[in-house]
Design a protein around this ligand. Structure first.
Ligand code: BGP
Length: 498
């Protein structure tokens, strides 16, 4: 009986609300390529190198960078060593890619705007027309395909010039420069874009300061680095609030979201000491979003700054700005959960972009050692719903895996389908528990260059891109099995998970 009913209306059994924003997520610096075309300036991402044999548990090897390496990158025109420079050539192929996303039924696509495509150094008075024309056509193409753009203003792609000349986000001057860039985006692209995000994974400033806040650690005394990074984040938080203010004024009906890496941490066991430790870890993950959603710093952090003698330079109006312009919704990436324990140093570790943590004996890991935990997504959604009381948007989630192209050109990726099936079930469970979820945009819906290792072989997509780690390939796009599976999921609004 149930089957017959679902044949008539395949969406009837779906817990997902009407208008749920199914789609996918990308970032310009990892897919556009065309790193030096049409006047674009270099970005911090253009300096990150291909790391084929790095131990992914060695966080410093993954994300560390020195002044000498930056200078070498700036002088180089190499794209093999710096693969984000070629990306997947989305810059020239976006019409073909958007047609594929539309074929899958996407309602929404997350992209970012490279600041340096509009303002090559970040300091120019006027934006480049070529950059405006490119992004306008991108958004028009998306709209024509019935795809709602979700746009990140700052996804690890600060102009290199600013990172070198204003010490990244450390100098207050950058707030004004960013707000000018944001206002140009709202003016030019506001007619096409309703949903915006300010800073991608703003909480990653301490994990990888170069890409997040443009700070190269060797340019500071080790003892001052913590305060420097807090200052950078404060400046980003003020810039985020100001961008929200201008968006609401310039684009009526548009909404601004913050964007966190949800590094959900469990205690290893019910030892109260471990409970307190995990609570502490979760607070450290949440405070960035707390400031953006509640408009003020948590008391514990202010106390900690006072105890450590950390002085953060607040502009006269900063507190009022933060309080007056909170975000409209809270978005986050979710890849894995973490575990902490008071004896963590002695325990086996796992890794991820998020940092290293204690191995969870109940969870499997990906080919790159990231722990796979769909239940953690339900937990995170319910927890964040109770905390923020604002709509939530999962703007990144996915499995980095090796894919094999068969002789007939097909790509069978049942592991990816299973990963998404379990995570979509987890979202459904949270929705049934009363959580307001706006949408779901899996990461790397088309294969792109990895953020951490710059590999192509770490593939996330429903669409395969013929390009290898050495930059060899035709860039041809192919549909994986997961392409057809996700198409059915969207068509049934999440009712048919196969
Ligand atoms: C997130 C970043 C993305 C993306 C993803 C996967 O932290 O916001 O840019 O790359 O991680 O990471 P990776 O590409 O290193 O596998």
């Amino acid at each position: 009986m149930e089957r017959a009913a679902s044949k008539q209306d395949p969406c009837a059994a779906s817990p997902f609300p009407e208008g749920f924003l199914w789609g996918g997520a990308t970032a310009a610096n990892q897919c556009e390529g065309a790193w030096d075309e049409a006047g674009k300036g270099l970005t911090v991402a253009d300096c990150t190198t291909y790391k084929p044999n790095v131990d992914v548990k060695d966080y410093q090897a993954l994300h560390g960078i020195t002044s000498a390496q930056i200078a070498e990158a700036e002088a180089s025109r190499d794209t093999h060593r710096y693969p984000k420079r070629h990306g997947i050539d989305f810059y020239h192929r976006y019409k073909e890619d958007i047609a594929l996303f539309a074929e899958m039924g996407f309602k929404c696509l997350r992209v970012s705007i490279q600041w340096a495509r509009l303002f090559p150094t970040g300091m120019e008075d006027e934006p480049l027309q070529a950059g405006i024309d490119y992004y306008r056509d991108l958004f028009e193409t998306m709209r024509a395909a019935g795809i709602e753009p979700l746009v990140t203003l700052h996804h690890y792609e600060m102009p290199l010039y600013l990172a070198n000349h204003t010490q990244g986000w450390y100098q207050r001057q950058v707030i004004g420069l960013f707000v000018r860039f944001a206002k140009v985006c709202f003016r030019e692209f506001g007619p096409y874009v309703k949903y915006w995000l300010t800073f991608n994974e703003i909480d990653s400033a301490f994990r990888h300061p170069w890409t997040t806040v443009g700070i190269c650690p060797d340019r500071f005394e080790a003892s001052e680095l913590e305060a420097v990074i807090y200052q950078c984040v404060h400046n980003q938080l003020v810039a985020s609030a100001l961008a929200t203010k201008h968006l609401h004024r310039m684009v009526p009906g548009a909404q601004m979201g913050c964007m966190l890496t949800r590094t959900l941490t469990y205690p290893l066991n019910c030892d109260p000491k471990n409970m307190l430790l995990a609570q502490r870890d979760n607070r450290e993950n949440y405070w960035y979003g707390d400031v953006q959603a509640f408009g003020r710093y948590p008391r514990w952090l202010l106390n900690e700054w006072a105890e450590k003698g950390i002085h953060i330079d607040f502009g006269e109006a900063d507190e009022e700005i933060l309080a007056t312009y909170p975000v409209d919704f809270v978005s986050f990436s979710y890849y894995q959960s973490m575990v902490d324990s008071t004896d963590a140093v002695e325990r086996e570790k796992v890794c991820g972009n998020l940092a290293t943590g204690v191995k969870n004996p109940y969870l499997a890991t990906s080919d790159w050692g990231w722990q796979i935990d769909p239940d953690g997504l339900t937990y995170a959604l319910i927890d964040m719903c109770d905390r923020y009381r604002k709509p939530l948007f999962i703007v990144e989630n996915g499995l980095g895996a090796y894919d094999k192209v068969e002789e007939d050109g097909s790509i069978h990726d049942p592991y990816r389908i299973e990963y998404f099936r379990q995570h979509i079930k987890a979202i459904a469970a949270a929705i049934r528990a009363g959580v307001d979820v706006m949408g779901y945009t899996p990461w790397g819906c088309i294969d792109l260059v990895s953020m951490s290792t710059c590999q192509m072989s770490k593939r996330y997509g429903f669409v395969y891109v013929d390009l290898d780690d050495e930059g060899q390939g035709t860039y041809e796009r192919r549909r994986k099995d997961s392409f057809w599976w996700y198409q059915r999921v969207i068509a049934t609004n999440g009712a048919d998970l196969g």
